[in-house]
Design a protein around this ligand. Sequence first.
Ligand SMILES: *Cc1c(COP(=O)(O)O)cnc(C)c1O
Length: 394
Amino acid sequence: MAIDYNLLRVTVDLGAIQNNFRLLRSLGTALIVVVKSDAYGHGLLPVARSLEACGAESFAVGTVAEAVRLRPVVRGDIFALLGPQSAHDADVTISENITSVVSRLDQLTLLQQAAQRRDGLAPVALKFDTGMARLGFNETDTGRVLETLAKCPRVTPRWLFSHLATADDPDQVDYVRDQASRFQHIHDRLFAAGLQPRCSLVNSAGMLAYPELAWDRQRPGIALYGANPFHGSALESLGTGLRPAMHVQAPVLAVHPLPKGASISYGRTYVADQDRTVAVVGAGYADNYARSLSNKGWVVIRGQRARILGRVCMQLTAVDVTHIPDVTPDDRVDLLGGSSDAAVTPEELATWWETIPYEVFCLLGMNPRKYIPALPSPTQRRPMSCPVGSLPES
Ligand SMILES: *Cc1c(COP(=O)(O)O)cnc(C)c1O
């Protein structure tokens, strides 16, 4: 997947992810850390290892295949949020001790059959839809769920899950309240039927804004990677202290003048309004650096912001360095993150890109990554900069 013959490089600071985990854990109940989609582009295995090293006990991925990849690396509970999609999936959830999040009756049957074949038990989280209208049983399905469970004695419903649609939006508190009360009601019906599931409702935004909805486990994802779910809203201060972990760099390949009146890149969408100097950077949409950043985004060179000029190309992007002296083809450009005061934040890049930090991380994270290992615990920490090394992926 990672195209290492391109020039863009991603560095992930595992210490930042650990910092964010500790911060969230200090606020909350127990956490299920969400590491789906390759840990939002940060790397499933290195991220999961670092989280386990600082105390994470439960992990959520999307597919059963991701869960299988994670199983040898962590001891804790692994939830497959999409549940089994085939008999083979169902078999491996049992052999690999993966908890299936189940949102359809046929998944319960698949798991019962697999558990019978393997003479085991199939732990599940029942996923109910309380307002997202994506995956999950409806409250009106509760009777049928209970009937099916009665016919599936090897399926053990240990958990009840649902997912909030508007937890990050201070203007949609009422919708969260509606979802929360539906969740409570479903819980009560299951409880009355003799089930005693542990419950989990909230994501990052939900755990920061609604501590009263913590139930037994909270499921943070994006906050672990350091993006503030409330960026630009009245609740922005709730994300204080989160540190982005992803740093994206590419080299300068050429520096040249662009005289007043000259255009640059495909379609001539930028024409110099004065004599300018441009640097051509070795990153483009083939690296998932979006073409929608054309004439909109900014990068950082030598600690200063430089604006994108003209269209982002497949492997090249031109930026304005008129105000930055001595830029040369040796220079590295920060497309996201880094240590400079001018560093581009995930929220800024997402705004220019017309998306959200989640997508920025998932897409840029598909490039080759290296890791800054987490430092030892604070008592052992020495005042030195930490080495940048490549960790093996497995
Ligand atoms: C992705 C996901 C999360 C994490 O959401 P964030 O907004 O990233 O915190 C939690 N629960 C479920 C079911 C998810 O799919």
